[in-house]
Design a binder for this molecule. Structure first.
Ligand code: AP5
Length: 210
């Protein structure tokens, strides 16, 4: 019997661990991962029209306007590698983005919400580093790089300062309830303030039971 495609949204405040958990989910289940933030950063890096529009909002930690982000995510979801399911990270982030998904007939089956206290999030943001070679997410204190070679090449996101993170958090709190109310029937809240492997165990169980 053909397996049903898994359609999953993962949400949570900035630095709640969405990207970290997505790495583990992809490794275990092989689902196509689509990160709205990564799509936007790629457009900025390529200097496309959308990227140029997005940059000023991302630099402030504000939501990028729907006219840019909605079509970007929709097009990505229509690519062939999403036919077998998808793991959507950081989208929808507002009521209008959730409405747009529905209007295209795109409905997730599971909505995972990572719950982490704000004071913990700030420490995670400022200590986060990325390995541009492997894409691996590290944290200077919680998940330090394995050796000097990796440590030397790590980069930091330009919006990972305390000031910008405060604004990202404010924007998150202003929008999250409208999104949660739309998905309350399929929502599972996960305590994200635990070891990443413990958080993943719970997520793994939820995905297996889909
Ligand atoms: P985006 O890139 O999505 O950023 P975000 O939502 O702020 O989330 P992050 O990527 O910061 O964190 P994460 O939850 O993935 O955490 P991570 O696993 O890395 O968006 C960036 C910007 O793009 C937005 O501000 C906005 O401008 C724009 N944008 C994006 N989507 C949009 C949309 N839909 N509409 C409009 N605009 C949009 O973990 C963080 C750190 O914590 C890491 O160092 C990690 O190692 C560590 N960590 C992870 N798990 C644990 C754990 N369990 N214990 C201890 N440390 C941990």
């Amino acid at each position: 019997m053909k397996k049903k495609a898994k359609k999953i949204v993962i949400a949570g405040a900035p630095a709640s661990g969405k990207g970290t958990q997505c790495e583990l989910i992809v490794k275990k289940f092989g689902i196509t991962h689509i990160s709205a933030g990564d799509l936007l950063r790629a457009a900025v890096a390529q200097g496309t029209d959308d990227g140029l529009k997005a940059k000023e909002f991302m630099d402030r930690g504000d939501l990028v306007p729907d006219e840019v982000v909605v079509n970007m995510v929709k097009s990505r979801l229509n690519e062939p590698d999403c036919a077998g399911g998808w793991l959507l990270d950081g989208y929808p982030r507002s009521a209008s983005q959730a409405e747009a998904l529905s209007s295209y007939g795109i409905e997730p089956d599971l909505f995972l919400l990572l719950d982490v206290p704000d004071e913990e999030l700030l420490e995670r943001v400022v200590g986060r580093r990325l390995d541009p070679v492997t894409g691996q997410i590290y944290h200077l204190k919680f998940f330090p790089p394995p050796d000097e070679t990796v440590a030397k090449r790590l980069t930091q996101r330009s919006d990972d300062t305390e000031e910008k993170a405060q604004n990202r958090l404010k924007v998150h709190h202003a929008n999250v309830n409208a999104v949660l109310s739309k998905y309350k029937n399929i929502m599972k809240t996960i305590d994200g303030n635990r070891q990443k492997t413990t958080v993943f165990k719970e997520i793994e169980g939820l995905i297996k039971s889909m």
